[in-house]
Every structure is written in structure tokens, then in C-alpha cells.
Design a protein around this ligand. Structure first.
Ligand code: UD1
Ligand code: UDP
Length: 353
């Protein structure tokens, strides 16, 4: 079996690392990096720490508006698919790289397999929602992390090819959690101990591109009495710089951290405030209460389990959550048992003609 995997953005490196390791035990993988993320701290560090093989192709599309970025990916990817003739195109999540891979492959009649299928925020103003819906509707195999995602697909009339396999990010967490404890020195270098800080990440367009919203979040964090460790996504860094904003002394804006440092920070945070999809789930797996800085989430299971609270970018709701949010103790396995990658490879094998 020959699989052409398309990745491009930070969370996709984490997801693909888990599946790639299992896939390459028996099969051929051609790895295409679109170049959507390209900084050392947004790309290479993940390849190094997660042992991902060098990409066979790097399209080097870089940053641009949605049309230019996605369009360049389509143009540069098509000849690669034509040359490689894979049995499957394997795409992850909901970024522009996901949609580009799915679109090119489906037009060439190459079946598409989508990891993290069926997730919905039901907010079509999110570029990610458009990417997910369109990708799911051209996919032949749809790998859902949990039941709700499969239900969402059914509601849209996608009835064949969907399988609940668990979450590949959980596979990655299980594999790297101990390694993070052994290798990461981030807490020492920040002079922090367990539960002595809050961890924050913000990068969604809705929070970053509107300066009033972004500054409201940062000003709110600055009002807190606790230290806030805030690894800053480059998109957010640029917006903060453009606004000329300096946060309070308790807010430590640092460069984006590598995966192992991030896991260590998540495991030891008293609480996590985030608009990231992946970080909401990692918070759950590590038992860190999560405050989601959005008005909705795709990961509703974590909210229903009582470990995630939705507060948007509203100052009063954020402050209230930081001061009072106390999840219950049980944390059932919501997203599988850590074998999502094996399940995915098995299904790819059985569905290959
Ligand atoms: C993208 C995904 C988002 C995902 C996120 C993960 C889309 C539409 N969005 O958002 O779903 O959650 O990745 O992190 O695909 N930049 C750099 N260096 C880099 C990468 C980006 O400086 O290595 C800056 C550029 O100014 C760029 C901006 O960040 O314009 C945004 O990057 P882009 O990849 O377009 O979107 P993300 O916000 O990263
Ligand atoms: N992450 C990281 N360093 C950081 C921020 C995030 O390693 O500074 C990891 C995080 O642990 C998770 C993934 O990147 O595995 C999530 O990516 P991101 O928040 O950029 O995207 P999303 O999940 O929202 O699409």
C-alpha cells in the first residue's frame, strides 16, 4: 500500500507522527509538507522531537491569504500526486493544507482518507469549519475520534466510510508524556513548579485578527494574580506587536515551544486557557481544567465531562472561570484507548483495492 500524506501546520505534525510510525512498519508513505508553517518553532522542532521522517516534498507555499495559499498548494501538489500515484491521500484535521490535499486527490480520482473527520463547530465563519465540511464530503474513509463526530457526518448524509477510531493525538500524548518529563527543562528555565501558573495559547482568527478582542484577552490575563505562561503563535505575536501592547508583569509571553515542552507545561499547569483544538484535548488527558476562549467547541465531550468551560473572549466570564472553575474528578476515556493509529492503518489496509 502506498499512502501520500499531506501535512503543513503544527497540529498536523503531531497527528501524522503517530500514524506515520505505524504505517511505515509495513507500507510506503510519501510525505508532502505544504510549507504552511515554516518557522523552526512551528515546524522543524516537531519533526525532530517526534521522529517524523524528512518530507519527500516541501511545497514551501508559506503564508498568504486563503485563496493564494490554498491555490498555490493545489498547483504545486497536483504533479506530485500524478507522479506518485498513491493508493490513498491521507489528510489531517481542518487547515488549508487539509482541504488542498483532499481537493487535488479527489479530482484525480485518488481516494481520500481524513483523520479527525466529522468535527463540527457549526460556525461557518471559521475557515476551519469550511475546510472540514468540504474535506469530509470528498473523503472515502472518514476517521472519527468519537461517536459525536460520526453522528455529525450522518446528519450531513455521509453514511458510508465513517469509522470511530479514537484520537491520534491521544496516541501521541501517551507516547511522549514520559519523554517530556525526562527531557523538557522548561519549568526550570521559567523558574516555575507544578500548579504555580496558568498556561495560555491564542491563535484563532476570531481572537487575533480583531485587535479589540485580542487586547481584551491580554488585558484580562494581566489582571490575574497568577503567573500566565503564554507561548505566542507567530500570528498572535504579529498582532500584539502591531497593536504596540505590553501585557502585565504576570504574563510571560514566550516563543512557541516544542512539543515536549508543551506537554510538560500542560501537565503542570493549574489551569489552561486556550482557543486551540488540540490543547483542549491535551488539557483533558492531563487533568488540567480548561477554559476555552471561544464561543463554541468541536470537542463538546470535554465540556460535557465537566473539564472544559466555554467563556469566549469576555472579561467577566474569563475571570470568573479562572477563579471558580473546578472540574469533577472522573475523566472517562472520551477519545479511544491510544490505538487510533493502529485502527486507521488496519482500515486503510482492508479498504485498499
Ligand atoms: C493554521 C490553521 C488553523 C490551525 C493553526 C495551527 C488554516 C486556515 N488555519 O492557522 O486551523 O489551528 O494553523 O497552528 O489553515 N506565521 C509565521 N510563521 C509560520 C507560520 C505562520 O510567521 O511558520 C504567521 C504568518 O504571519 C501567517 C500567520 O502566522 O500569515 C497565520 O498562519 P496560517 O498558517 O495562515 O494560519 P494559522 O493562524 O497558523
Ligand atoms: N503546541 C506546541 N507548542 C506550542 C503550542 C502548541 O507544541 O507553543 C502543540 C500542542 O501541544 C498541540 C498542537 O501544538 O499538540 C496544537 O496546535 P495548535 O494549537 O497550533 O492548533 P489547533 O489544535 O488549534 O489546530
Amino acid at each position: 500500500m502506498k499512502i501520500l500524506t499531506v501535512v503543513g501546520a503544527r497540529p498536523q505534525f503531531v497527528k501524522a507522527a503517530a500514524v506515520s510510525r505505524v504505517l511505515r512498519e509495513k507500507h510506503t508513505e510519501v510525505l508532502v509538507h505544504t510549507g504552511q508553517h515554516y518557522d523552526e518553532t512551528m515546524s522543524q522542532v516537531f519533526f525532530r522531537e517526534l521522529g517524523i521522517p524528512e518530507p519527500d516534498y516541501n511545497l514551501e507555499v508559506g503564508s498568504a491569504g486563503h485563496a493564494a495559499q490554498t491555490g498555490e498548494m493545489l498547483i504545486r501538489m497536483e504533479p506530485i500526486f500524478e507522479k506518485e500515484k498513491p493508493d490513498w491521500a491521507l489528510v489531517y484535521g481542518d487547515t488549508n493544507s487539509t482541504l488542498a490535499g483532499a481537493l487535488v486527490a479527489s479530482k484525480l480520482h485518488i481516494p481520500v482518507a481524513h483523520v479527525e473527520a466529522g468535527l463540527r463547530s457549526f460556525n461557518r465563519e471559521m475557515p476551519e469549519e469550511i475546510n472540514r465540511v468540504l474535506t469530509d464530503h470528498v473523503s472515502h474513509l472518514l476517521f472519527c475520534p468519537a461517536q459525536k463526530a460520526a453522528d455529525n457526518l450522518k446528519l450531513e448524509g455521509v453514511t458510508s466510510g465513517a469509522h470511530i477510531v479514537g484520537d491520534v493525538m491521544y496516541d501521541a500524548v501517551l507516547r511522549h508524556s514520559e519523554m517530556a518529563d525526562k527531557k523538557s527543562t522548561i519549568l526550570d528555565s521559567l523558574g516555575l513548579g507544578a500548579k504555580q501558573y496558568l498556561l495560555a495559547t491564542v491563535h484563532r482568527a476570531a481572537n487575533v485578527d480583531d485587535t479589540v478582542t485580542l487586547l481584551n484577552i491580554l488585558e484580562t490575563l494581566s489582571l490575574l494574580s497568577e503567573t500566565v505562561v503564554f507561548p505566542v503563535h507567530p500570528r498572535t505575536r504579529k498582532a500584539i506587536q502591531a497593536a504596540g501592547f505590553s501585557p502585565g508583569e504576570n504574563v510571560n509571553l514566550i516563543e512557541p515551544v516544542g512539543y515536549l515542552d508543551m506537554l510538560r507545561l500542560e501537565k503542570n499547569a493549574r489551569m489552561i486557557l486556550t482557543d486551540s483544538g488540540g490543547v483542549q484535548k491535551e488539557a483533558y488527558w492531563f487533568g488540567a481544567p480548561c477554559v476555552t476562549l471561544r464561543e463554541e467547541t468541536e470537542w463538546v465531550e470535554t465540556v460535557e465531562a465537566g473539564w472544559n468551560v466555554i467563556v469566549g473572549a469576555d472579561r467577566g466570564r474569563i475571570l470568573n472561570a479562572v477563579r471558580t472553575f473546578a472540574p469533577p474528578s472522573p475523566r472517562p476515556n472520551l477519545f479511544g484507548d491510544g490505538n487510533a493509529s493502529q485502527n486507521i492503518v488496519r482500515l486503510l489496509e482492508s479498504e485498499t483495492r
